[in-house]
Design a protein around this ligand. Structure first.
Ligand code: PLP
Length: 392
């Protein structure tokens, strides 16, 4: 028989397909709200100023490209940790971190570690979520179950249904949580709901696996890390997958990190050993360039301040667009209270396709938009075009 004879064709990635359709569209007023990259008001995704400066520095001073280890750039991880966890927690001996190829690599490495853990845990993932979440955990051999999160019919989080579903999880199961800026909905749990969720996790001994891919693009660097920090404070074991690809604008350079909090500092070394062995067989070592640029920034107070300023400009632009959408269309009022680049609009699939055909407005079939794809000159036309289709 043929080795590959049994393979079946696979569906193309829906968002990549959307990019292709957008490119083919010749209409000058077309709007791309599909792919999840930040854009400025000119519709561009420029290299951030601090990154450019850091890259120049690297070009001038980097003396070798000899191999690093499977942990990547240790100094990068060390300098990033206080931004994520705060300076006190970053020094917790129960916490160990390695560089990964983007947030995706961090999720996959974390998934592989979970698969090596005790008790055949199931991974619980809210609906809807980033479409790559379930495949990442399944490819690592884990059982995945979904729980309700956001109800598109009402445009709100169905917290009661979420808790009821997680109540069925068994001790040691893993719960994937978006640290901030939920993709695709932008919806956020309230303080009280986080408190309830953390109580459930602690009582049922469930392990939070936080995906923090947009720190600084929601409410600000510290605010966006608040729930991650609260979770780590509350539970004995936790996993945090981090991406620098959005908040440093490094997308294709693939920069991320994975941290694991072990139950006690005696267990950290074994966790780390296993992370390194797994990384070795997955990618040997992560790509260096982007993480080295981040390290250059975080090692230099001036560059770090410049990075934070530009990130804050990006964040403010997104928040401004949210406020403008909410003002222009009362049925979009909830967008002003949500966070991050994404929102899920109450649009049927037919409406999404009609907007594509009739107006050159490209968004995911689910009605998810990347808010940063809007510009001051396109927002009024966008609101007018969707108004006829909004379902609530
Ligand atoms: N997690 C979420 C929620 C995302 O939206 C993304 C990217 O779209 C990622 C993780 C992965 O990011 P990276 O490009 O760093 O792999």
């Amino acid at each position: 028989g043929s080795l590959f004879g049994a393979l079946e064709r696979q569906p193309a990635d829906a968002l990549l397909r959307l990019i292709g359709l957008y490119r083919q569209d010749q209409r000058p007023h077309k709007i791309d709200l599909g792919v999840g990259v930040y854009r400025n008001d000119a519709g561009e995704t420029p290299v951030m100023r601090a990154i450019k400066a850091a890259e120049h520095r690297l070009a001038d001073t980097q003396a070798t490209k000899a191999y690093l280890g499977p942990e990547g750039d240790e100094r990068f991880v060390e300098l990033l940790a206080p931004i994520v966890f705060g300076s006190v927690k970053a020094a917790d001996p129960c916490l160990t971190g390695v560089q990964t190829p983007g947030g995706t690599g961090a999720l996959r490495l974390g998934a592989e570690l979970v698969a090596r853990g005790a008790g055949r845990p199931t991974v619980w993932i809210g609906t809807p979520t980033w479409p790559n979440h379930a495949p990442i955990f399944r490819e690592a051999g884990l059982a995945v179950r979904s729980h309700p999160f956001f109800d598109p019919a009402t445009g709100t989080i169905d917290f009661a249904a979420m808790i009821a579903a997680l109540d069925q999880a068994k001790v040691g199961d893993v719960v994937l949580l978006h640290g901030c800026c939920h993709n695709p909905t932008g919806a956020e749990l309230t303080q009280a709901q986080w408190t309830d969720l953390i109580t459930l996790l602690t009582e049922r001994r469930l392990i939070p696996f936080v995906d923090l891919a947009y720190q600084g693009l929601g409410r600000g660097l510290d605010a966006d890390a608040a729930t991650t920090r609260a979770l780590l404070e509350a539970v004995p074991e936790a996993i945090v997958a981090y991406s620098c690809d959005k908040n440093f604008g490094l997308y294709r350079d693939r920069v991320g990190a994975l941290w694991v909090k072990a139950a006690d500092d005696g267990r950290t070394a074994a966790v780390r050993d296993n992370l390194l062995v797994l990384a070795r067989s997955l990618w040997s070592m992560p790509p260096d360039h982007g993480a080295a640029a981040v390290r250059e920034i975080l090692e230099d107070g001036v560059l770090e301040a410049a990075w934070k300023d530009e990130l804050e400009e990006m964040r403010t632009r997104i928040a401004g667009l949210r406020a403008e959408l909410a003002r222009a269309e009362p049925r979009l009022a909830a967008l002003a209270d949500q966070g991050g680049m994404f929102a899920m609009l109450p649009l049927s699939r037919e409406a999404v396709l009609a907007l594509r055909t009739d107006h050159g407005i490209y968004m995911a079939d689910s009605g998810r938009i990347n808010i940063a794809g809007l510009r001051s000159e396109t927002i009024a036309g966008f609101v007018a075009a969707i108004a006829a289709h909004l379902q609530r």
